[in-house]
Write a protein that binds this ligand. Structure first.
Ligand SMILES: [Zn+2]
Length: 479
């Protein structure tokens, strides 16, 4: 592998090549992860450049930050070592480096100087890189960059940005990504350039030369269309900073919680899709990114916050499911930022195959509950228009199902729609209106979700548009 992919250089400055094998590509991709924790292990110091190689035992970048004195032409670490006595040249080190970096250097033991320097993995005890240690790295951010943790806690008032990240309502891996952005520890262009892995790199989305992180995450026309579709563009553009990590910081410190969550998830997805474009040449659609982000957050909310149906209700006959009939599923999805909501209706035959569906967008500001009433009414209109017979209706909103079955009262705002529901119900006689778990109402949920983001007001489906959206999500789950 070495001869083929990096005949002249080493692993760290190798290019992926024009036709990479699968295994080389996976190693190449993991390189960016490895880079987060890889540094030189000093033995002779002959193979390590003081100014260009990561060799100080200090994450996240392991680089020397002391200014290189113009008077010195010392470049290799070996020049700082007294190989005869196996120790550091203390005076020389003090004359070149700031006191913090000098102490770090003295903490590196000098052993036998006849061996060449090695690469080691900072985050494992024996310096060997293992997949397990990467999982550990990803899982335990507290032990990841100790100096950042200290910066956050040694101060009498904790740095508000760590608190802000901690409070974001999004799955941990998204918080972890944004945390790395703020710590300037993601392998962005600047990061790679600092490690001399690459000098500059064109944008994966638009091929603009010399792009930086602000370009990838905000200024690129591709990213701008993502932010425009998400409704965040104006807000986040207000906080533009020359530095990427400062921009993230400003947005997180000055935005309401819901917006922070969406911002964090979209940033992560932009980075993910940028890598897919770069390594696999798979071009994403801005819409799929926004749809995936909203869907990830909805799923997260469902798990974290929204109460599940109380269990006594599950024993009621309303909640037992008939089979061997056509089934119509309905769901609603609100989009407060866009002042609209989406309704989804799906018809499945008795074997569970998708027959027909509807996505409908309605304008206005609704509560999630009211939208569910609209969705049920739409399901009944749909059944009537398509002359469906021998069918049952399913939805995941318990209050709506109970009200439609006259088992409980409805909120006053829904009374008009509930009248329509009773009227339609008596004329087309469904076998029943039943509750099911939200995760079983997947198809209608996707159609409603699609509806609130679409440009037209309604769209009927003769096939299931779902695999596209799902495969995008699956891809992301596996990273
Ligand atoms: Zn670009």
């Amino acid at each position: 592998m070495r001869a083929k992919y990096y005949p002249l250089g080493n692993f760290w400055n190798a290019n992926i090549g024009s036709r990479p094998s699968w295994s080389w590509r996976s190693i190449f991709e993991s390189r960016e992860v490895v880079l987060m924790g890889a540094r030189k292990l000093i033995r002779s110091g002959r193979r390590t450049n003081i100014w260009h190689d990561p060799w100080l035992p200090r994450p996240p970048d392991f680089m020397v930050h002391s200014h290189r004195p113009t008077s010195t032409d010392i470049t290799q670490v070996s020049e700082l070592i007294d190989s005869h006595n196996s120790c550091w040249k203390e005076e020389l080190v003090h004359s070149i480096f700031c006191s913090t970096e000098a102490s770090l250097i003295f903490s590196i033991p000098i052993g036998d100087c006849q061996f060449d320097d090695l690469w080691c993995w900072h985050f494992s005890r024996n310096g060997k890189f293992t997949v397990k240690s990467v999982y550990h790295l990803a899982a335990s951010s507290a032990t990841l960059f100790p100096h950042l943790q200290l910066a956050a806690t040694s101060n009498s008032s904790p740095n508000p940005i760590w608190k802000a990240i901690w409070k974001i309502c999004a799955p941990p891996r998204f918080k972890f990504f944004i945390w790395r952005c703020v710590s300037a520890a993601i392998p962005t262009i600047e990061f790679l350039a600092r490690h001399h892995i690459i000098s500059s790199e064109p944008c994966s989305f638009c091929s603009k030369a010399d792009c930086d992180s602000m370009h990838i995450f905000l200024h690129c026309h591709f990213s701008r269309s993502v932010w425009r579709l998400s409704g965040l563009i104006e807000h986040i553009s207000d906080f533009v900073q020359p530095s990427f990590s400062f921009w993230i910081r400003e947005v997180l410190l000055h935005s309401p919680p819901r917006l922070c969550s969406l911002f964090v998830v979209i940033c992560t997805l932009l980075w993910f899709y940028r890598n897919r474009k770069k390594f696999d040449n798979i071009t994403p659609e801005p819409f799929s990114i926004v749809a995936a982000a909203n869907s990830i957050l909805e799923d997260f909310d469902r798990v974290e916050g929204r109460p599940e149906i109380p269990s006594p209700l599950l024993d009621s006959p309303l909640f037992s499911r008939p089979t061997a009939c056509y089934r119509i599923f309905f769901d609603g999805a609100v989009s407060p930022q866009a002042s609209c909501a989406g309704l989804g209706v799906a018809l499945l035959n008795p074997s569970g195959n998708f027959i027909k569906g509807l996505s409908k967008k309605i304008s206005g500001i609704f509560t999630p509950e009211i939208v569910e009433f609209y969705a049920l009414r739409e399901a009944l209109i749909f059944a009537n228009r398509n002359r469906v017979s021998n069918f049952s209706i399913f939805g995941d909103a318990a209050t709506v199902i109970l009200a439609a079955n006259e088992e409980s009262s409805a909120p006053s705002a829904a009374l008009g729609i509930l009248d329509d529901i009773h009227h339609l119900k008596s004329s087309i006689s469904p076998l029943g209106i039943f509750w099911l778990r939200r995760d079983s109402n997947y198809v209608a949920h996707r159609l409603a979700f699609y509806a609130k983001n679409m440009l037209e007001n309604d769209h009927s489906w003769d096939y299931l548009p779902d695999p596209l959206c799902q495969s995008l999500l699956d891809d992301f789950q596996h990273t």
